[in-house]
Design a protein around this ligand. Structure first.
Ligand SMILES: Cc1cc2nc3c(=O)[nH]c(=O)nc-3n(C[C@H](O)[C@H](O)[C@H](O)COP(=O)(O)OP(=O)(O)OC[C@H]3O[C@@H](n4cnc5c(N)ncnc54)[C@H](O)[C@@H]3O)c2cc1C
Length: 444
């Protein structure tokens, strides 16, 4: 089988197929080690995926500190909590993509995958209504053909495989209300080195995640309407936004900016059709969420691995393979949709609502609620389990003590509307999954 793209999703799929004894060819237009446009916080569930791939020793060897405490501040309130362990991992990590992705590629090679770097896939081979391989060009401009029973398009948001198959237009999409501006700083604050921290101030959101080489990554997510465009003044405006979050500015006091400020704007979260005869799209190629909840790398690795585990045993049986990849796609959708919806709410670019403030107020003194909120990020619980109707009603009543009734009422109405829309979307997705079990997908 052939994997296009060798980072989180591609390497994970390649490792799983190779471990199952399958011959794997993986191509990437990039060479490794190399960076990609992404911040890189991994919650414990993401670190657990690294461990499941057999790459944890390599990744830990890069030297990023274990982040054992989560810290969330907003409206003058601070929620601080340790992580509940996921598969025995009770820490988050923030490892630069250059070393992280190379560690995954090395693990895939060690598992038996053949990796071609600097090889760009430009065409798909079709045979009898199926995708049967790829054509690629290497750095010297020489064309190569790789035939395969399954083509795994793990080639990211601008997926060539998705475009060539004709599924590049998502069937579900939400433009983000926030943009991303981030940079690394020389960290001079040893007391913060094991803390993954986030601040909300007005409509701004900022983070500080310690990473390797004594650096700390700080990401600012302003609402798109007031975010700076890229250009020569990006650094000045990035610094202005940090200054507008005084507690983050205090965290970075004495730290020195390293390198340039990078940005990602016009972000859209989506699901694309991700499986068909002879093909599948794990990672961002098939599904993407705004970085505000930092879930993308974990989901890319997890569903890359699960794709390999479910498809490897049936690779020689085309109907069984098509059923397996279709079921894999629906599983990913069912499991990721609640987090997609939660992420879209947080990515709206609005100020904290009275209900959110009340949640922070309660979480600041109630370790059970703080742990529950963190479990949503580590995927041990769903957002529905956090903001149950009973809890939301209680927060609303309590919020009346601090916020004008009209503001509380507006949040409650918005909450009810969101819940209804999200519930309907989840039901439709469930029915869609049931229907496709009976009606085979048409070749694309
Ligand atoms: C600004 C930003 C911040 C983020 N922050 C976080 C975070 O903190 N935590 C988190 O978990 N996630 C984060 N994400 C999401 C995360 O970056 C992605 O979900 C993750 O990288 C997806 O991995 P992937 O393997 O699917 O794709 P990618 O990492 O995009 O890799 C795709 C690979 O495919 C290769 N490729 C593309 N086209 C071809 C072709 N035609 N032929 C051969 N190779 C090809 C590319 O060279 C690339 O190496 C962030 C994303 C953004 C944009």
């Amino acid at each position: 089988m052939v994997v296009v793209g060798a980072r989180c999703a591609g390497s994970a799929a390649a490792i799983a197929f190779a471990r199952a004894g399958r011959r794997v060819v993986m191509l990437d237009s990039a060479g490794f080690p190399s960076d990609t446009l992404s911040t890189h916080l991994l919650w414990p569930a993401g670190v657990a995926e690294v461990a499941a791939l057999g790459a944890l020793d390599r990744v830990r060897g890069l030297g990023a500190p274990a982040l054992r405490v989560a810290y969330a501040a907003g409206a003058g309130l601070v929620v601080r909590a340790p992580f509940t362990a996921v598969e025995g991992i009770d820490y988050a990590m923030c490892v630069r993509r250059t070393g992280f992705d190379a560690a995954l590629v090395d693990t895939a090679r060690a598992a038996g995958a053949t990796v071609y770097e600097s090889s760009r896939v430009i065409e798909l081979i079709r045979e009898g209504g199926r995708i049967a391989g790829v054509r690629a060009v290497d750095r010297a401009g020489t064309a190569h053909e790789v035939r395969a029973r399954l083509v795994v398009g793990a080639d990211g948001r601008r997926s060539t495989v998705a475009r060539l198959i004709g599924v590049a237009d998502p069937y579900r999409a939400t433009p983000s209300g926030r943009a991303c501006y981030f940079a690394y700083w020389r960290d001079r604050r040893p007391e913060w080195r094991d803390i993954a921290a986030q601040w909300r101030d007005g409509d701004l959101l900022g983070t500080a995640f310690p990473c390797e080489d004594g650096a700390v990554l700080s990401l600012i997510q302003p609402p798109v309407r007031r975010g700076p465009r890229t250009g020569r003044d990006t650094e000045r405006r990035y610094r202005d936004m940090i200054a507008a979050i005084p507690d983050l500015a205090a965290r970075l006091e004495g730290c020195q900016l390293l390198g340039r400020v990078r940005s990602a704007t016009d972000i859209v979260s989506y699901f694309r059709h991700s499986s068909g005869p002879g093909w599948a799209l794990p990672g961002d190629a098939g599904h993407f969420k705004d970085p505000v909840t930092a879930q993308g790398m974990r989901d890319a690795m997890r569903y890359g691995r699960l794709l390999g585990e479910c498809a490897a045993p049936v690779l020689d049986d085309a109907p069984a393979l098509d059923r397996a990849v279709s079921q894999w796609e629906h599983r990913r959708e069912q499991e990721c949709l609640p987090m997609y919806q939660w992420t879209n709410r947080l990515a709206r670019g609005t100020e904290m609502t009275p209900l959110e403030v009340q949640m922070y107020r309660t979480g600041a003194t109630d370790p059970v609620l703080a742990a529950l909120a963190l479990d949503v990020m580590t995927r041990a619980r769903t957002p529905d389990e956090l903001l149950t109707p009973a809890r939301a009603a209680k927060f609303a009543v309590q919020a009346l003590r601090y916020s004008p009734p009209a503001a509380v009422a507006a949040t409650v109405v918005q909450e009810i509307r969101d819940n209804a829309t999200d519930w309907r979307e989840r039901q439709l997705a469930r029915w869609g999954a049931t229907l496709t079990r009976w009606i085979p997908a048409a070749p694309r």
